[in-house]
Design a protein around this ligand. Structure first.
Ligand code: G6P
Length: 614
């Protein structure tokens, strides 16, 4: 949700900022802007639209400067236009700021500043913050760092900010609360700042992740200084980055989404790496070892998540209840936190988040923690806020996911949930040794089956070409594949803008069946081991009303083939692990339909990958 990037060093900042903004564009693409210090001037360029619009706007302008800040926006306060684009100037234009987050009390701060004669050029909360900082400087004659510190003590809400100043042309000040911020330290104290490490990785591996309410002072050629907003000095903890450059580039694929779909044999394998010993029949998840007994004895597990991660959570519910016999509730984090939920110390909360930054999921964790529950995280981004806020957990190791529509993160989450449920079930004795071993061997074989399944890409593309023009889609599944139906529908609507609904197959007759006519494609997951006969009856109900059936079936299927219009085969698999396969054709179907409709699949309209506002 907004991407920020900044540079101070010996190099020209502009190309570094632009490249960094392109890497961060998944966080929002309503507008983009940069501000660079050239001598004692701050030159600001900003434009509504994507980074590419900013590039055309700056073409031919001789943009110079070795200190600069850049921003790509996902609009919260004020419509996407040039004025609301970041960076924002202070009243005197001595200071410029970029900001990710929301200053919740901006309206009252703005009212006070207006009374004191400040004039604003945008509708943003960010402009209020930079005016406030300047106002403090003017009225108290403190230095810039102190003015920033005082201002941050007056603000409520979330921020990751970087500020530059005409009067201190060799300094950058950054600070964060709730929104992520990482600082890269290059040779001779060259500094990079960004919302995530992707703009930094090709320049340095040495990074400092800022914690909440910390302020960083970066000065040319000088050591990084950190303090908290109460003015206590902090020693920077420098870590080595694990992200590699190849992981964040398209590698010959037309889109990140397609690359990420095709990476799944590898990403699922990485999620299992070192965690399964087939010979000994063991699953070991180091990050939850200390909490396993707690999970085994839990009165219930509450899974909290948003979006695709919530769908993975639903698969987790089936897995934990079916295999480990522990009651599970799956909650939208945003609902959970606001409905005064009953939580006690014997509850275990599993928070699932690809980015590890989703504001609602983080708030749900905080609430459950206050009430004494044990919190387990399943995150993809190492070192993310959620991964640090949990008691224990397991990373998914899917690698960076850049496409806004989540694909490989979903299968990695389901893989880790499968490992967790199997491990707990085994230790609890709720499944037999032979069943445990059988599922373990099957899980281990999933990456190969995914690779096989990806060979159906051309066929799926053909099916996409037939349905690319429709306005509605229905997705049906039962049991383990009901969450996959929801996920399939979400994938289609987010990237192709076709209205789609996922439903439990048997629920169709309680409403959606009214929508079915010869125009309506219905995707049905009809695998052999998952309530097969019942699903066939549901398919018959659709066919009786002339609906078009696209069925996901098990290889060698005979019965569904007789009635479906199109079938996509998946390899034979146990029902409990089938979501890891059935979701793949649905990802490809959405992808191809979106491409054929001319949609921007990696950056769908109005969406952002990391949602750090409520
Ligand atoms: C956004 C993204 C989704 C994602 C959801 C939850 O809406 O566009 O792809 O599933 O946030 O994000 P998280 O990072 O917590 O999994």
């Amino acid at each position: 949700m907004c991407g920020i990037v900044a540079y101070l060093g010996d190099k020209q900042a502009y190309p570094i900022l632009i490249k960094g903004l392109k890497r961060l564009e998944y966080r929002g693409y309503d507008s983009a802007g940069v501000a660079l210090i050239d001598g004692h001037e701050i030159n600001l360029y900003k434009k509504k639209g994507k980074v590419i619009e900013l590039e055309s706007f700056t073409q031919g302008k001789n943009i110079k400067g070795t200190v600069g800040i850049g921003h790509t926006r996902w609009a919260t306060h004020g419509i996407p236009n040039d004025e609301n684009a970041h960076p924002h100037f202070s009243g005197s234009e001595n200071l410029a700021i970029i900001h990710n987050g929301i200053i919740e009390n901006y309206a009252s701060l703005k009212a006070e500043l207006l009374k004191r004669g400040h004039q604003f050029t945008s509708e943003t909360d960010t402009e209020v913050l930079i005016h406030l900082i300047e106002d403090i400087q003017n009225n108290t004659h403190v230095d810039l760092v102190e003015a920033v510190r005082i201002a941050l003590n007056k603000t409520l809400g979330a921020y990751a900010i970087v500020i530059v100043s005409k009067d201190n042309p060799d300094t950058m000040i950054a600070a964060k609360k709730s929104s992520p911020l990482v600082i890269g330290i290059g040779d001779n104290f060259e500094y990079f700042v960004a919302s995530d490490a992707t703009p930094i990785v090709e320049y340095t591996k040495n990074v400092v992740y800022l914690n909440d309410e910390e302020i960083a002072i970066m000065q040319r050629g000088k050591k990084l200084q950190l303090m908290d907003i109460k003015k206590h000095a902090i020693t920077p903890y420098i870590q080595e980055l694990e992200v590699h450059l190849e992981a964040i580039e398209k590698g010959g694929f037309e889109h990140f989404m397609l690359k990420e779909i095709f990476e799944q044999p590898q990403s699922i394998r990485n999620s299992m790496r070192g965690r399964i010993d087939l010979d000994k029949g063991i699953v070991s998840l180091g990050g939850i070892r200390d909490y396993e007994q707690k999970i085994i004895n839990a009165q219930r597990i509450i899974i909290v998540a948003c979006g695709t991660s919530w769908h993975a959570g639903l698969v987790g519910e089936y897995l934990f209840e079916d295999l480990a016999r522990i009651p599970v509730e799956v909650e939208y984090a945003s609902e959970f936190r606001y409905r005064n939920p009953i939580i006690n110390e014997s509850d275990v909360v599993i928070a699932i988040s690809q980015s590890g930054e989703t504001a609602d999921t983080l708030a749900a964790i905080k609430l459950a923690k206050e009430k004494g529950a044990t919190i387990i995280g399943i995150c993809n981004v190492v070192g993310s806020t959620i991964s640090r806020a949990t008691d224990g957990g397991s990373y998914t190791h899917a690698g960076p996911e850049i496409g806004v529509a989540s694909t490989k993160a979903f299968t990695a989450q389901v893989t880790v949930l499968s490992l967790m449920a199997l491990s707990i079930a085994h230790k609890k004795g709720s499944i037999s040794e032979s069943k445990f071993r059988q599922l373990l061997v099957e899980l281990y074989a999933i990456p190969e089956k995914v690779a096989l399944l990806l060979e159906s890409d051309e066929k799926i593309k053909y099916i996409a070409s037939i349905f690319k023009g429709v306005s509605n889609f229905l997705y049906l599944g039962r049991g383990y594949n009901f969450p996959v139906a929801l996920e399939g529908a979400l994938k289609l609507k987010e990237i192709s803008y076709i209205h789609a609904e996922g439903y439990p197959a048997a629920e169709m007759k309680h409403g959606p069946i009214a929508l079915i006519d010869e125009e309506m494609p219905v995707v049905v997951i009809a695998t052999r081991k998952g309530n097969y006969e019942k699903v066939i009856s549901n398919i018959e109900e659709v066919k009786a009303r002339n609906g078009k059936i696209i069925a996901i079936v098990t290889k060698g299927d005979v019965d569904v083939k007789k009635i479906a219009d199109y079938v996509i085969e998946i390899p034979e698999v146990e029902d409990a692990l089938s979501p890891l396969l059935t979701c793949i054709p649905l990802q490809l179907l959405s992808y191809h339909i979106a491409v054929m409709r001319g949609c921007n699949v990696d950056q769908p309209r109005n969406l952002a990958k990391s949602v750090t506002v409520e």
